[in-house]
Design a protein around this ligand. Structure first.
Ligand SMILES: Nc1nc2c(ncn2[C@@H]2O[C@H](COP(=O)(O)OP(=O)(O)OP(=O)(O)O)[C@@H](O)[C@H]2O)c(=O)[nH]1
Ligand SMILES: [Mg+2]
Length: 442
């Protein structure tokens, strides 16, 4: 649905659901000021000034609450339309009463998920990457996620994509001049000029894509799979790292079957730590499925934490050793049972906590390397990645396309793919996907 075609005024609770000290309603659209007058029977407050009002039910004139009203005249508002905010007490009955009163006003209806942000986009308040940055900021759980989202909300990422697109459009204009005019009328070296510009843009996009997924990992969280033989102490390790008793620990080999995931923050970076079933020849169907899942997670993980059993040292579990690669931190657990041994692997004890300071240091370093906030804004979404790949494909085809018309088409398609990211062209199909990520009232 395109909100520009719909002249209705929308409202929603902009603060979180449930009981709270203060709740904020937001109203946006042509009837926002009428709605305010209806529920508070007052002259419009001065723009952008909090004004104390008594909120009433327009039908019964019953007083619902005593609160504050703010009026942001369009177009200098968040959505670009007239916006009103009501700050009320956050009790359930107050919220229900005001919701009912607002919904009963003509031309006023409850907003759909993401509709405020959608209207802001429709009124040119920001581009799509900024809208996505806003969604990420609302969902950010760690400091690094917040910083990345703020950067995207400010438009840093959009600027890069728009810059490529504009340079590409300029190169296209030169290229078309080459088609339209005969050689004598054109300045010499035009052909080379276009080729150089396209080669530059191609190189910059390639470099941006070759980011090892840092931005995306930071947005989604770095996935660490704990793997190892049964009874090595994987679940004990998960419990200690998460400081919670999430996974069942027992002396029976084969206790854990399902994958158990815990969300953690390591130095501001979001981490998903997954405990898995011990790797061995399974004894029944359920365990066999558990082992299959363990191997699958090990394969998909950004980082593996391999736990070897110190009680059986120096026997190294073959199944686990086979999975160890450059993206693995290997530890030997149960150091408390091992006496004086030395090993190239880190010795820890999930029982006593021995070695955990070092383990945390190692993990922080490994996580930081995989999702640090880079100097230039990073790719954060698959949607951007596929559009950039699409653009790059066409740019790479350009030098080899045999005919001028085909070359022009390559550039046109490349520019269009870039435009899709920020919302400069045929955006309608991608809009719904993006705004669905918001909840009602955002
Ligand atoms: N002494 C000692 N015992 C430990 C240590 N860590 C775990 N254990 C014990 O080892 C046994 C197995 O621990 P778990 O954490 O369940 O091991 P697991 O790797 O999750 O085992 P599965 O889920 O069966 O694969 C339990 O009895 C724990 O109390 C340790 O550092 N030292
Ligand atoms: Mg376990």
């Amino acid at each position: 649905m395109n909100s520009l075609q719909d002249n209705q005024t929308i409202f929603a609770l902009a603060s979180g659901a449930g009981k709270s000290g203060i709740a904020v309603f937001r109203i946006s659209g042509p009837s926002a000021t009428d709605a305010l007058r209806a529920v508070c029977k007052k002259q419009l407050p001065e723009p952008r000034r909090a004004t104390r009002v008594e909120l009433i039910d327009p039908k019964t004139e019953e007083v619902l609450d005593d609160g504050l009203a703010l009026y942001f005249p369009g177009p200098a508002s968040f959505t670009g339309e007239d916006v009103v905010e009501l700050h009320v007490h956050g009790g359930r009955a107050v919220i229900a009463g005001i919701t009912e009163a607002l919904a009963a006003i003509d031309d006023v209806r409850l907003a759909e998920a993401g509709e405020f942000t959608r209207r802001a986009f429709d009124h040119g308040k920001f581009d799509l990457t900024s809208a996505e940055g806003l969604a990420d900021l609302i969902n950010a759980e760690t400091a690094a996620q917040r910083r990345q989202a703020q950067r995207q909300l400010q438009g840093d990422l959009g600027l890069i994509y728009d810059d490529w697109r504009e340079r590409l459009l300029k190169a296209m204009a030169l290229f078309e001049a080459e088609i339209d005019f005969s050689d004598e009328d054109l300045p010499p070296g035009l052909h080379e000029q276009v080729a150089t510009q396209i080669a530059d843009i191609t190189a910059e996009i390639s470099e941006h894509l070759d980011d090892k997924g840092h931005g995306q990992i930071l947005r989604d969280g770095l996935y660490i799979a704990i793997i190892g033989p049964p009874n090595a102490g994987k679940s004990s390790l998960l419990n200690r790292l998460s400081r919670r008793d999430v996974a069942i620990v027992s002396e029976h080999a084969g206790t854990t079957r399902d994958v158990i995931e815990v969300h953690l923050e390591l130095e501001g970076y979001p981490v998903i730590l997954a405990d898995t079933a011990g790797l061995r020849e399974a004894q029944d169907d359920i365990e066999s499925e558990g082992v299959r899942r363990a191997e699958e997670r090990a394969d998909q993980a950004d980082l593996k934490l391999a736990v070897l059993d110190g009680a059986t040292w120096p026997d190294k579990d073959k199944k686990t050793m086979d999975l160890i690669d450059d993206d693995t931190v290997t530890v030997i657990n149960k150091s408390d049972l091992m006496g004086d041994v030395t090993s190239e692997h880190l010795l820890i004890s999930a029982e006593t906590g021995d070695g955990f300071d070092t383990l945390l240091e190692v993990l922080k370093r490994e996580v930081g390397e995989r999702c640090h906030l880079s100097a230039s804004p990073a790719l954060t979404r698959t949607r951007h990645r596929s559009a950039l790949e699409d653009s790059l494909l066409n740019l790479k085809r350009f030098p080899n396309s045999p005919e001028t018309e085909l070359k022009a088409e390559d550039l046109r398609l490349a520019a269009r793919a870039l435009g899709r990211i920020t919302g400069r062209v045929d955006v309608e199909d991608v809009l719904d996907i993006i705004f669905k990520e918001f909840c009602i009232g955002k």
